[in-house]
Design a protein around this ligand. Structure first.
Ligand code: KIV
Ligand code: ZN
Length: 520
């Protein structure tokens, strides 16, 4: 077999914008979705699952616009097993150069119970819905949700039905992250061997990470014969997430000696998209996350540092440059000019137009005045902050002064701009952050449950910027806000308000049940 022949190529199917965005609190706005889709297309992902068109008007618009703008990637939309979903999905993806409809139904006994369909009725439903999709689109993917907990014989029947009805890709989801590597490989191998017509289609693997085995299971499925891996940037996704794109792509590259498969992904774009997804989803990447974590290429111990200086290969199996990390990270300072800032931002993956650079430069100077050395992490936090402000802003923090210290009560004097008008109040609380949040509540009454309040120092030192993340819930809608500032309380106020702005947008979108609709 020659290198890069069909047998060696593994298609990368990214579902950050669908399964990833489905994860509670990871909502992205329209422009953020377009930006991520463009980055995915540019980095060479083969298929982008852009969303769930029937879920809301917003999802539909995002999928259609991503389809219209797509350059190389196949653009896919998700649809449950009913005609309404499938027709709506087609309406959204049909303008793509290469559209795909992805339809699914839960096939395990638990899911059959929920849908109240007998085994035979479900077979008929699969036949009818896949036929419907195939009559609209040449490229149809079908998934038996919870495949890894479906009886093997019945799974074979469902897959055979979908292939006969015209599915061109069969995806085998490990919906609850239950399988293990050997089983994952065996399942795909068994389907390829047993199901008539299996040699005519591509098998895909879609793994969740509940037991921390998603990457291993996906790679094992490839060993078993799967030639499409479904994954997300940073492993974003429901519960413990999905297979991380950066992990499977780098594993196939670094261990090509034992896994001789290639992908079309330009790995030097990994770091940039990882940062953007972390910023727009509000899900920070854990420091020790494989490939894209802050510490993935850091060497603290003396022995490691010594070895690294003598020969980087002693402790590094891949180079930082391979994933687009700049090798030098000299800090900027208040004397650094616009050209230096532009060059550094480009290095970090942000290409700015002149006007945008002008705004960022002003904010950079303000930061450099407060902080002697501005590190890469500071600039990323600054960029995250400026892009998070670009969304639809009903509320904005205009002025904040807090009184805190050992003497109670702590209080916050806050001016909030609400839809263009300024409102001021003073509120007390248990500490300055609590007082600030109370002031926001007094000026803009709302009833949310705060699920997470997290402060993270971007760099070392007492002048470090703090990145604050706030996650809140209202009537089942979960949103995350983020902001950075050298003043932790200011960052907290802005992060809280950022989350509220997202919530205001989300209130226009119904809470959607992705499981099933019962009629065709
Ligand atoms: O995890 C899952 O089963 C899914 C399907 C919709 C493919 O995301
Ligand atoms: Zn999934």
């Amino acid at each position: 077999m020659t290198k890069n022949s069909k047998q060696d190529r593994v298609l990368i199917f990214d579902t950050t914008l669908r399964d990833g965005e489905q994860s509670p609190g990871a909502t992205m706005n329209h422009n953020e979705k377009l930006e991520i889709a463009e980055l995915l297309d540019e980095m060479g992902v083969d298929i982008i699952e852009a969303g769930f068109p029937i879920a809301s008007e917003g999802d539909f618009k995002a999928v259609s616009e991503i389809a219209e703008r797509s350059k190389n990637a196949v653009i896919c939309g998700l649809a449950r097993a009913n005609y309404k979903d499938i027709d709506r999905c087609w309406e959204a993806v049909k303008y793509a150069r290469q559209p795909r409809i992805h339809t699914f139904i839960g096939t395990s006994p638990l899911h059959r119970d929920i849908t109240a369909l007998s085994q035979d009725d479900m077979i008929a439903r699969i036949h009818d819905t896949v036929t419907r999709a195939r009559n609209l689109c040449d490229n149809v993917q079908w998934s038996p949700m919870d495949a890894t907990r479906t009886e093997e014989d019945y799974l074979c029947r469902t897959v055979e039905t979908a292939i006969k009805a015209g599915a061109t890709t069969i995806n085998i989801p490990d919906t609850v992250g239950y399988t293990a590597p050997r089983e994952s490989a065996d399942l795909i191998r068994m389907l390829i061997n047993k199901v008539p017509g299996a040699d005519k289609i591509i098998f895909a693997t879609h793994c969740h990470n509940d037991l921390g085995m998603a990457t291993a299971n996906a790679l094992a499925a490839v060993e078993g014969g799967a030639r499409q891996i479904e994954c997300t940037i940073n492993g974003l996704g429901e519960r413990a997430g999905n297979t991380a794109l950066e992990e499977v792509v780098m594993a196939l590259r670094v261990r090509n000696d034992i896994m001789p498969y290639s992908t079309g992904v330009d790995t030097t774009k990994i770091m940039n998209i990882s940062r953007r997804v972390a910023a727009v989803s509000g899900f920070a990447v854990q420091h020790n996350k494989a490939i894209v974590g802050k510490n993935a290429f850091a060497h603290e111990s003396g022995i490691h540092q010594d070895g690294m200086l003598k020969n980087a290969e002693t402790f590094e199996i891949m180079r930082p440059q391979d994933i687009g990390l700049s090798s030098s990270s000299l800090p900027l300072g208040k004397h650094s000019g616009r050209a230096a800032l532009r060059a550094k931002l480009k290095d970090l993956g942000y290409e700015l137009g002149d006007n945008q650079l002008k705004d960022v430069f002003v904010r950079f100077k303000e930061l450099a005045d407060r902080k002697k050395e501005v590190y890469d992490e500071d600039l990323i936090a600054l960029m995250t902050d400026s892009t998070s402000e670009a969304g639809s802003e009903h509320l904005k923090v205009k002025f904040l002064r807090v009184i805190c210290g050992t003497e109670a009560p702590q209080s916050a004097d806050l001016t909030l701009t609400i839809d263009g008008k300024d409102f001021q109040t003073t509120a007390q609380g248990d500490g300055p952050v609590d007082a600030t949040f109370n002031a926001v509540k007094a000026l803009y009454p709302h009833n949310v449950r705060l699920q997470l309040y997290q402060v993270h120092a971007v760099t070392e030192g007492t002048d470090a910027q703090a990145t604050v993340s706030v996650r809140m819930e209202e009537d089942g809608r979960i949103v995350t806000g983020q902001s950075a500032d050298t003043d932790t309380v200011v960052a907290s106020a802005k992060a809280y308000v950022h989350a509220l702005n997202k919530l205001i947008v989300r209130r226009q979108k119904p809470v959607f049940n992705a499981q099933m609709s019962t009629s065709k």
